[in-house]
Design a protein around this ligand. Structure first.
Ligand code: URA
Length: 261
């Protein structure tokens, strides 16, 4: 049993979805008897954006979730407000399977901010972004150009770990987008570094893959400030494809130059 559980964990299956195990093989195939006449349908109830900040049993419609996120994120005056708001936000189902919110790491007053895709297993456990294997590589790459937690800020598009480390769905990314945009606005970053294709595509509103977008600078308007954004490979990709580190190193040298370091 211990080996089976270890196998599940290795495969990313590390969340139980019920209190008691179910033997699906023993279940009867017969469908339950249907009532003769269906009960009268309840009158449809409008789900407003405001509802999503409170308790809601039915899952919100995708549009309502994005609207609620925009409305909530726009009212956050500080990063602490924003974190508290995200902690209460019920428009993204990922919060129900994640252990905790993974908001940010490093110095929000720094001139550079890195944004990845979504937390993984280690991040979910610790509540901090990029602290697992790819985080260690990111730390080493940052250190090579004089960056660390004192002069860089790190976050993700999606602040909750998707179960089994799957890629966030476009809907989950769209729902979380207003929050990460506000987080960027409320930071003091002048330069944004998108780590990997999903981060670049979501934040820079491009359909280009990372092989095309990496190494390029993009304008990034953030409220009253105009940032510059650079796309580069995700450290998890570099762990799998070490030959690409050469190109990532080029991007980091361009970042170093832009920071005047
Ligand atoms: N990958 C990400 O995109 N973000 C993390 O925080 C960790 C791994």
């Amino acid at each position: 049993m211990r080996e089976l559980l270890a196998f599940y964990q290795e495969a990313g299956v590390d969340a139980a979805i019920g209190e008691t195990p179910v033997n699906r093989l023993a279940e009867e195939v017969a469908t339950p008897p249907q009532p003769e006449r269906p009960p009268p349908a309840a009158a449809p109830r409008m789900i407003t954006a405001r509802d999503l900040g409170t308790n809601l049993n039915a899952p919100p419609s995708p549009d309502a979730a994005v609207m609620a996120a925009r409305e909530a994120a726009g009212t956050a005056a500080t990063l602490d407000d924003l974190r508290a708001m995200l902690d209460r936000f019920e428009g993204c189902a990922l919060r129900t399977t994640a252990t905790q919110l993974v908001f940010g790491r490093g110095n929000p007053q720094a001139r550079v901010m890195f944004v990845g895709e979504a937390p993984g297993y280690e991040e979910d456990k610790s509540g901090l972004p990029f602290v697992g294997r790819s985080g260690h590589l990111l730390d080493r790459m940052m250190a090579a150009i004089g960056l660390d937690e004192t002069n860089a800020y790190i976050a993700n598009i999606v602040p909750w770990r998707p179960p089994g480390n799957r890629t966030p769905t476009p809907q989950e990314s769209a729902t979380c987008l207003p929050f990460i945009k506000r987080q960027i606005e409320l930071s003091r970053a002048e330069i944004l570094v998108c780590l990997g294709g999903p981060s670049a595509q979501t934040l820079l509103n491009t359909r280009d893959g990372i092989t095309k977008s990496r190494g390029r600078w993009y304008p990034f308007p953030a409220g009253s400030r105009d940032l510059r954004a650079l796309a580069t490979f995700h450290p998890a990709f570099l762990l799998r494809s070490p030959l690409q580190k050469r190109l990532a190193w080029r991007d980091f040298l361009a970042l170093k130059k832009a920071l005047g370091q």
